[in-house]
Design a protein around this ligand. Structure first.
Ligand code: ADP
Ligand code: MG
Ligand code: ZN
Length: 728
């Protein structure tokens, strides 16, 4: 069967997502492949589809046994015979499955890494034809990653023990270069086809908030956003998980906890309840989530700070796998960061790992303190080229600056640390600065130093917060001793001399969760569905899910139900036109859903005769063509960039990108008409020659303010510079 046919028949999709086809074809040609794709990018399909088409059996190695059942259930729902082998099976059940495997009753077998090299499994594997070994969450093999699983290191041994060489495919959402390289070498991929695709998740809204009363803010958020819709709240400790869950329940919110201290049964039960939409919110430590592929998580809130940027993107990325608008909110707390720093300092990691963890944490700190676009900040961490200065879909792009200049305060604090000879911790430094009348202070010499009492007007916790901010930014070092002491760092001098300014995120005064309405990217405008019918379809889905003990999304995704409530399909052909509905799904559920749709249309006297002829288009593709052409026509009218942007409702950078596409398609554009001052181009080129093209930001910083990002981009395009050509 041809790949597109199989895509439609089993998965119900008409098109591949970015990167999928190349990897799938590579596997089918017997090549090793490595797919680096963001969460929700559709990695599973990349090995599941070839598995159906290839002769023999595919072994999928996956880290979390608690999720295998869900994955297998989903496959069976699509008509793909699959099973799993892990420690949850009884001996009897295991034997039955092994027997069936020998009889080739399954195409796909999920296996826990710990099981691979057991005698029984090895023995079995040698006697069946294994055409592919797929390794999901492949970064678990890397010790530098935050999800390291020692048992992953056993995978190559298993592969090498097989008589016939299978195609090996590895998948991960971790893009860090070190880790990607390590995956390649440790697994021993042979000349693999590597596909790394964009890490942007346009449907995710990012925000960093700094609030005094986290709980109040959270409640307010839950009251005003995504009522009843699934969400994850991450906390750093088991204790916080317990207490927060309790408080939420007391306020009438449907919440459940999850952490490593619970017994396995409770954990599994709680996770199931969340996945099956029986509770709204799961409050969890980072023990929760690896491999969770619930598609409809609408928000991920970090009640405490995550470990570092890498971890943050993984955790936040669990929102919105289905591509629908979803939110990632991070509660910023300098105190939490200091705790993370101390943890690294106290650890016994190798110095290489320690350095990496620090850098990774530092990136997160910068993320919390920046006023620039948060999406861009994330993307540049993953080494991606930035397209627009502002994404218009993150907290920073949408709200006014909330930064306060605290340079003076920082100078006072730093000189106080200097005056007390770097011998005291936070408490004493704060007491000295506030001119405390505490007995111990009065009895010491500290009252005589020049910084005694110079910050009388500041409240104790405000001062502490500023100190934590300074520690997080490395202007102060806090020792990891039993009684931590504050010391100056190599950067402190720059603040004292006034060479750098220090900014501090201001607390949100009211606990308002949103400031402005946001512009959802054009690709995510929701179709206009009949919500009344949608609810009815949802009820049926819930009922069926209960009957079969499945998660609702395993039957149909929300997006499929929304399409049903838009196109009112009433026969096999139109029903199977709905995205995400393959043959088996139609056979299992088509009749019951069509019945509801038909009754609804009759009852409401909806005339569907002309709806049916609406041909379903690929919205993105068609839009793109129109978009670029419309922009080009504005250009031909002789409008300036800003005018085109206003007219078309895009940012100037987007307009530039459209015009670039037009050039690619062979249309003519005179770029110099867009630069108002002819010396600009020269000046820009000179800087580019000096610093290269790697970082637009750096080029911008080296130039005076009258030169904008747009000027730089136009110069680059006009002169057809590409990265290789100029960089030093
Ligand atoms: P990942 O493992 O990369 O995080 P998944 O494999 O869980 O992502 O897929 C994410 C979602 O994308 C799933 O709901 C899946 O059904 C959907 N999906 C996968 N491939 C396609 C496709 N070609 N077209 C539409 N949706 C797809
Ligand atoms: Mg996955
Ligand atoms: Zn932004």
């Amino acid at each position: 069967m041809e790949v597109h046919k199989a895509l439609k028949k089993y998965f119900g999709y008409d098109q591949f997502k970015k990167g999928q086809e190349r990897l799938i074809k590579g596997t089918l040609n017997g090549k090793d492949v490595l797919g680096v794709m963001p969460t929700g990018g559709g990695k599973s399909l990349c090995y599941q589809l070839p598995a159906i088409l290839m002769e023999g059996i595919t072994i999928v190695i996956s880290p979390l046994i608690s999720l295998m059942k869900d994955q297998v259930d989903s496959l069976i729902e699509m008509g793909i015979p699959a099973t799993y082998i892990n420690s949850t099976l009884s001996q009897k059940e295991l034997n039955i499955r092994l027997d069936n495997i020998k009889k080739y009753k399954y195409k796909i077998i999920y296996v826990a890494p710990e099981r691979l090299n057991t005698y029984i499994f090895l023995n079995l594997a040698r006697n069946i034809k294994i055409s592919m070994v797929a390794i999901d969450e492949a970064h678990c093999i890397s010790q530098w990653g935050h999800d390291f699983r020692p048992s992953y290191l056993e995978i190559p041994k298993f592969i090498n023990s097989l008589d016939r060489e299978p195609a090996v495919s590895a998948y991960t959402a971790t893009a860090t270069k070190v880790i990607v390289e390590e995956i390649k070498t440790l697994i021993g991929l042979k000349d693999p086809i590597v596909s790394v695709i964009g890490f942007d998740r346009p449907n995710l809204f990012y925000q960093v908030v700094k609030v005094n009363d986290r709980f109040k803010y959270l409640r307010d958020y839950l009251d005003n956003n995504f009522q009843g819709k699934p969400g994850i709240i991450y906390c750093s400790t088991r204790k916080t998980v317990e207490s927060l869950t309790k408080r939420l329940i007391e306020k009438g919110i449907s919440a459940i906890g999850y952490h490593g201290g619970m017994d396995a049964d409770t954990r599994q039960k709680n996770q199931d309840n969340f996945i099956h939409n029986r509770v709204q919110v799961i409050v969890a430590t980072n023990a929760f989530g690896l491999g969770i592929d619930k598609p409809d998580v609408r928000f991920v809130i970090h009640y405490n700070m995550p470990q570092n940027m890498e971890a943050y993107y993984q955790e936040a990325g669990r929102a919105g796998r289905d591509g629908q608008p979803s939110e990632c909110i991070l509660f910023y707390s300098p105190g939490d960061i200091v705790k993370q720093k101390l943890l690294i300092q106290k650890s016994t990691y190798s110095s290489k790992r320690e350095k990496m963890l620090y850098e990774n944490l530092q990136y997160l700190i910068d993320y919390c303190n920046t006023n620039d676009c948060l999406r861009n900040s994330i993307l540049s961490y993953f080494g991606e080229e930035i397209q627009d200065n502002r994404c218009n879909n993150c907290g920073n792009c949408l709200s006014e600056s909330e930064m306060v200049d605290i340079t003076i305060e920082a100078q006072k604090i730093l000189s106080c640390i200097y005056r007390v000879k770097e011998r005291f911790g936070v408490t004493v430094v704060v007491q000295v600065l506030r001119g405390s009348r505490n007995k111990r202070i009065l009895q010491s010499d500290l009252t005589k130093i020049s910084t005694y009492g110079i910050m009388k007007e500041y409240k104790e916790d405000v001062l502490k917060e500023i100190i934590m901010t300074l520690i997080s930014m490395d202007y102060i070092h806090m020792t990891a001793d039993k009684y931590p002491v504050l010391k100056l760092t190599s950067l402190s001098g720059r603040v004292l001399k006034g060479e750098v300014k220090v900014y501090h995120k201001k607390d949100l005064l009211e606990s308002k969760s949103k400031t402005k309405t946001r512009k959802v990217s054009a690709d995510y405008i929701e179709i206009n569905y009949n919500s009344d019918l949608f609810e009815k379809l949802r009820e049926l889905r819930y009922e069926l899910a209960r009957e079969k003990n499945l998660a609702p999304f395993m039957i149909f995704h929300d997006s499929s139900l929304k399409e049903m409530a838009t196109y009112f399909p009433q026969d096999k052909e139109s029903f199977m036109n709905i995205k995400g509905i393959g043959l088996r799904k139609y056979e299992s559920y088509g009749k019951r859903f069509i019945e509801i749709i038909r009754n609804y249309c009759e009852e409401k006297e909806i005339d569907t005769s002309n709806i049916e002829v609406i041909e379903k288009k690929d919205p993105i593709k068609d839009n793109d063509i129109d978009r670029y052409q419309l922009t080009y026509e504005c250009y031909l009218e002789g409008l300036a960039l800003q005018e085109i942007a206003d007219k078309r409702g895009y940012t100037v950078s987007t307009i530039i990108r459209h015009l670039e596409k037009c050039i690619e398609r062979g249309q003519m554009i005179d770029w110099s008409s867009f630069i108002d001052d002819s010396t600009k181009e020269e000046r820009i080129l000179k800087v580019i020659e000096e610093v290269g093209l790697q970082r637009l930001r750096l080029i911008k910083d080296m130039l005076p303010d009258d030169i904008s990002y747009e000027d730089i981009r136009i110069t680059i395009i006009k002169n057809r510079l590409n990265k290789g050509a100029v960089s030093k």
